[in-house]
Design a binder for this molecule. Structure first.
Ligand code: ADP
Ligand code: ASP
Ligand code: MG
Length: 457
């Protein structure tokens, strides 16, 4: 699909994250951005900051005291905004209805929770933020329409990390969304969808970025704007290394690599639709739109050897020992079949003669139990081999270009890390990254040391 041939090719989709819609003043800054650019026709919102986490806690099943505390916090966030709007009777009724739903579903979750119930509960965050924001824009004399994304975002039923059906999305967008764009600004929810039976699903934590990119692709828009709380993509998370520098322009594959390896600034799947359709993605701060931001696009001139560092915490390393591996065939196939049956995707992997070490990909799910390692999985694995589990590790990814062809890389990377333990290294499969598995407690210092040596000289 070519962005140029579309009748919507001058339009832009703007996505605002949780901190951007945290309160009335933050929402007003988002409204300023939208009103300053007449090409913004689709607006995708996250839940207000903190709300998704509170809903996830409720979905995990809480006692009455904790439940009431969480419900009050959610209510307070909504009412702090309602109070700043005029004549809000209809809006209040809608929000009250949603708060009642949340209370009922939380009570059910405290008796028996499920992934489907979690997604249903969690979706209320985005529904409330979009209702509030649509009203705020109306009160600023803007013609807007609140739109339930579940009408068009069909997904499979993998609750917590559902996969959107892009063919259906294209058809439904043409039917329901496109006709609205010429007359109004559509305000809709990120992160949520609906499966075949009509139950609500979610696309994984941080999934609103992905929603925006999918809509940009389905509508062949000119650009996807991701407005967040930092003015662009930096050489590493500026909260970890305050000396991080903004990258003004970055190629799709480099940014995708960053997102995959944990740079929270973009949901890992965000760039898939953008790459498929060649639509550039802009990342900027809704608090400082004048500070500009980062443009993610097809190519950049002279991409540097080292582009960025990403950090992913809470990694688990599984080491599987078995003499069956010695000169045998099929052991790894058995292990992978088993992991796949337990719906686990493997991240890093290294092998030796009689053992294989691997980390599990835990990114994104709203799953409330955090770890993917269930007793059932461990029991099954232990029938095949001896299993060792190490937790509290972190993955540091060095992202760059042509790394597998570089000379002297070992010294540049490992020189500054001589006082740290490196538990596992993954290098060679991609020319874009070198991954280090390190003790969680050292991760920030390792990122800072690498940043000083690779980016500040
Ligand atoms: P939103 O709620 O707007 O989606 P997120 O919290 O998901 O925002 O993502 C923004 C955060 O991502 C920043 O506050 C920053 O701490 C973090 N981050 C991680 N890596 C990077 C990076 N390389 N550049 C900029 N921010 C990063
Ligand atoms: N509200 C969801 C979350 O906190 C989705 C998002 O913010 O993108 O994960
Ligand atoms: Mg995010």
């Amino acid at each position: 699909m070519s962005a140029v041939s579309s009748p919507y090719s001058q339009y832009v989709v703007a996505k605002f994250g949780g901190t951007s819609v945290a309160d009335f003043d933050a929402m007003n800054s988002c409204a300023d951005i939208i009103l300053a650019n007449r090409d913004v026709r689709v607006v995708v919102l996250s839940a207000s900051a903190g709300v998704t986490n509170l809903l996830v806690t409720l979905a995990s099943g809480c006692d009455k005291d904790k439940r009431e505390k969480c419900l009050k916090q959610i209510r307070d966030i909504q009412y702090a905004m309602i109070k700043r709007l005029n004549e809000t009777d209809v809006l209040k009724e809608e929000i009250e209805h949603l708060l009642d739903n949340i209370a009922t579903l939380s009570e059910t979750a405290s008796l028996a929770t499920s992934e489907a119930l979690t997604d249903e509960l969690v979706s209320h965050g985005e529904v409330m933020s979009t209702l509030l924001f649509a009203e705020l824009l109306r009160q600023r004399n803007t013609d807007v329409e609140w739109f339930d994304i579940r009408r068009i975002m069909r997904t499979n039923d993998q609750f917590g990390q559902a996969e959107p059906d892009t063919n259906q999305l294209n058809i439904l967008v043409a039917e329901h969304l496109q006709p609205r764009l010429n007359n109004t600004i559509v305000i809709t929810q990120g992160f949520i969808g609906r499966e075949e039976k009509g139950r609500t699903t979610t696309l994984g934590r941080g999934g609103s970025d992905y929603t925006a990119a999918l809509l940009g692709e389905a509508l062949s828009l000119r650009r996807v704007d991701i407005w967040t709380d930092v003015p662009g993509i930096y050489t590493t998370d500026p909260r970890v290394a305050p000396t991080a520098k903004r990258i003004d322009k970055i190629a799709f594959d480099e940014a995708a690599e960053m997102a995959t390896f944990g740079a929270k600034i973009l949901h890992p799947a965000t760039l898939l639709p953008a790459v498929r359709s060649g639509i550039p993605v802009f990342v900027g701060s809704s608090k400082e739109p004048q500070a500009s931001g980062t443009l993610v696009c097809n190519r950049t001139e002279n991409p540097p050897r080292f582009r960025a560092l990403a950090l992913r915490r809470k990694q688990t390393l599984l080491t599987l020992h078995s003499l069956k591996m010695l000169h045998a065939r099929g052991f790894l196939a058995e292990v992978f079949t088993l992991l796949s049956r337990h719906n686990i995707s493997v991240d890093l992997i290294t092998t030796s003669e009689v053992s294989v070490a691997l980390t599990l990909d835990t990114t994104g799910s709203t799953s409330t139990n955090g770890s993917l390692l269930t007793n059932a999985l461990l029991t099954e694995l232990s029938t095949l081999c001896r299993v060792e589990v190490e937790e509290d590790l972190a993955l540091v990814a060095i992202i760059g270009n042509k790394l597998s062809q570089a000379k002297g890389l070992g010294k540049e990377i490992f020189g500054p890390l001589e006082s740290f333990n490196i538990r596992m290294i993954s290098y060679g499969a991609s020319s874009h990254n070198v991954c280090l598995l390190v003790p969680g407690r050292d991760a920030e210092q390792i990122v800072q040391a690498l940043h000083r040596n690779l980016f500040e000289n």
